[in-house]
Unconditional design. Structure first.
Length: 256
């Protein structure tokens, strides 16, 4: 079981969906993963929905008001010791601070950051909430992948911000494992030639049956954008939910 009571600084620790239709997203993801939902009012008519596997928190979703809406997307959080210091350092390295740093009630403190090539992520300074209390298990986050316009610039930025180490895992197609200390923390690959968007982070969730999950995605109104394909440690696919947010699934061997 991938249960967690803390996340080391530099570790991806949470995934959060900003959606244009919270009820539609709940129906899609509970149908796909069997997640339980826990709605919490956060003021001004807004609701933050925690997503659980059993008693463990694995992710969240929310629908912002129209004036703050944007393209539906999964945002991924990296735990840090000091959100203010991390945001300051990211800015020194050429990033743009999109939000914060600010306190999230008593749960923690965060900032939303866009790296120099356009990929968005958040940093999380835990207080009462560590983020995900279950990872790698079915229905939980298993990997975070950077699709980078310039892998050399991305390597420099994230190495200097978090101390991550990048190691080549495959020359063709080119792929790098991203390590936080001794632990595999993420992956990186170059954007395909002619890709219409900027660099971005992609969240992976674990499944025990990729083919059955692929069928469910279609039945629930989602769309497969990269069909099931083999990789060294298992199989993956990439999909869009009915509101347009991208995510990926992984079937294979995971860390404890």
């Amino acid at each position: 079981m991938g249960k967690r009571t803390e996340h080391a600084p530099g570790t991806f620790s949470w995934a959060e969906l900003m959606t244009s239709d919270a009820e539609g997203a709940k129906a899609f993801y509970t149908g796909l993963f069997g997640w339980d939902i826990e709605d919490s009012p956060i003021g001004d008519g807004e609701v933050y929905t925690m997503l659980r596997v059993g008693d463990d928190y694995v992710a969240a979703l929310f629908q912002p008001p129209p004036e703050r809406s944007g393209q539906p997307a999964w945002n991924q959080y990296v735990t840090v010791e000091d959100a203010d210091a991390a945001a300051d350092r990211a800015k020194e390295l050429g990033a743009t601070i999109l939000g914060g740093p600010f306190d999230v009630l008593e749960a923690g403190r965060m900032a939303v950051i866009q790296d120099p090539q356009g990929a968005v992520f958040s940093v999380w300074q835990a207080k009462e909430s560590i983020g995900a209390t279950l990872v790698n298990d079915p229905g939980a986050m298993s990997l975070n992948q950077l699709n980078a316009a310039d892998v050399d610039k991305a390597t420099t930025f994230y190495s200097e911000l978090f101390g991550w180490r990048f190691e080549s895992a495959s020359e063709e197609p080119p792929y790098w494992g991203v390590y936080n200390g001794p632990t595999l923390n993420a992956g990186m690959m170059p954007l395909p030639p002619g890709f219409p968007g900027p660099s971005h982070w992609l969240v992976y969730f674990t499944t025990t049956d990729l083919d059955a999950s692929a069928a469910k995605i279609g039945d629930l109104g989602g769309q497969i954008t990269v069909p099931p394909m083999p990789i060294e440690s298992g199989r993956i696919l990439v999909a869009q939910d009915p509101q347009g947010a991208y995510f990926a699934l992984f079937e294979g061997e995971v860390d404890p």
